[in-house]
Design a protein around this ligand. Sequence first.
Ligand code: ZN
Length: 183
Amino acid sequence: MDQVFAPWRIEWVEREGGNDDVDGCVFCAFAEGDRDRDRDRWVVARSERSFVLMNNYPYSPGHVMVIPHAHTGDYRDLDDEALLDHARLKQRTFDALDDGLGPDAYNAGLNLGGGAAGGSIDDHLHTHVVPRWEGDTNFMPVISDTQVIVEAVDDSYDRLREAFAEQDGAEVTGEDRAVVFSE
Ligand SMILES: [Zn+2]
């Protein structure tokens, strides 16, 4: 039974230099955070009310989370604007992954309600988007070396950021900043 595919259970764990200065909810801190630290924190794209964050411990290359700014663990709390914004950013994320990494398929799922859902950040809902390749397996046991994982995520970050930057409506305001969609 240890082969069950359950990337949603992977904890988003503190990464040295990434969120060591954050008190409270990391997703809220990153939502409002210093844009010049986006690259350092692996925030790859931002819309008006959501953002895309690389997973620190990817299930597969390009594993990201699409996170609404609203701090809630209940999907029903999101208003129409937040729902649409989050959904559109997910569409852009699939496009960026297609162009940047070209996987064969995706698994995408919502983590709700913190610990009760096996989620990572208490009470701040987020969608995991996990690219899949034919015959893939959990990437983590394959590359368990931390430095290799960091390099792999950095590489995925660059490819995705470039792909987001080429989309209609993309704004790039700095080398270390996430791509912004403000429409
Ligand atoms: Zn939060």
